[in-house]
Design a protein around this ligand. Sequence first.
Ligand code: ADP
Ligand code: MG
Length: 239
Amino acid sequence: MNAYLELQGIRKQFGNTSVLNNVDLKIREGELVTLLGPSGCGKSTLLRCIAGLTEIDGGRMLLEQKDIVNLPPRSREIGMVFQSYALFPNLTVSENIQYGMKMRGASKEARRNRSEELLVLIDLEDKRDAYPQHLSGGQQQRVALARSLAVQPKLLLLDEPLSALDAKIRKNLRTEIRDIQKKFNMTTIFVTHDQEEALTLSDRVCLMNKGSIVQEGTPEAVYTTPRTEFVARFMGSYN
Ligand code: ADP
Ligand code: MG
């Protein structure tokens, strides 16, 4: 495989507890990979390590063949969206979207153009001057997505971005995220503990348990050919 992102033997401990045990992962450009697994298995920690928010204890991380381990978070050019939308409450929707570009010194015009383009994409043009508190959870999460896309990251990391939303909104937004991801050919890691979400969204599923990737493959393969009892139970293959 021609890897766009390659993780080799990633290790992380908190105190004496090993949270990531030699995680290997390769992702192609434009691929949407889900990291699926029960709560506490290390999904968020792995994303934070890739983003540079948590230091790793060992291993290599290559993005476009370049070692990123020693780069500070911003230089990695990785966008991240969390479960809690974490928008800036004192900035409008459009200011939130433009924030990263502003920090990078983009011109006002470039910022406005990009922001308008993204507002159309997330269908919130009429909310450009609204403050986050006046938006629904689903709308806030779409803004968070637009904000992370505004700076054209090389890689998008989504940490349970839909978990805080109602079932119906969750399904709509799931489809929207998939459409946007395809449209931008955005290489994406999507973290979830919801197997149905993983099965419907992904090009590839990586199932994690206790700090290791225990099986990976197409959604269909992981679902129909579970290699262990754990995978079968977690995927609901026996239902
Ligand atoms: P997941 O996202 O899959 O639910 P996490 O990556 O958040 O799992 O957590 C994996 C394990 O690491 C858990 O046991 C959690 O308690 C522990 N952990 C996560 N962050 C820290 C931290 N900053 N300090 C100590 N332990 C942590
Ligand atoms: Mg988590």
